[in-house]
Unconditional design. Structure first.
Length: 126
């Protein structure tokens, strides 16, 4: 968030998803950074930068977004899904990868048999 410590969490520029805004915001602890990042109705993407690999993994696992970039940003591969987190307001699902394909499917399981021995009924035919 460009603007640093003076940018308040409740400001519309922080709470609304805009494809042109990027914010850098100061924080006092790792926990506060995660809380601030998750305190939005959107959950499309986050980018985390650190020289500490353990911190990157720890923070990435706590962020509620569809993709987290570690020490990079905007890197996308056709085989990996890209989209917002369920329950958040970012888009309508995933694109790319298997998750993107599943957006177009209605999965259903149908089980049947022609062998009576597989029947779970406790009554026998008379």
């Amino acid at each position: 968030m460009m603007g640093g410590a003076r940018v308040r969490q409740e400001e519309p520029s922080v709470q609304k998803e805009a494809n042109s805004w990027v914010f850098a915001r100061s924080f006092r602890s790792e926990e506060e950074a995660v809380r601030l990042a998750n305190d939005t109705p959107y959950g499309l993407a986050n980018a985390v930068y650190s020289v500490d690999a353990a911190r990157l993994a720890r923070v990435a696992s706590q962020l509620k977004s569809g993709i987290v970039w570690e020490n990079c940003s905007q890197v996308l591969f056709p085989s990996t899904p890209f989209g917002g987190k369920k329950g958040k307001a970012s888009g309508f699902g995933f694109e790319q990868g298997l998750a993107g394909l599943k957006e177009f499917l209605a999965e259903k399981t149908v089980v049947g048999t022609s062998r009576p021995s597989y029947n779970w009924q406790i009554y026998k035919k008379a």
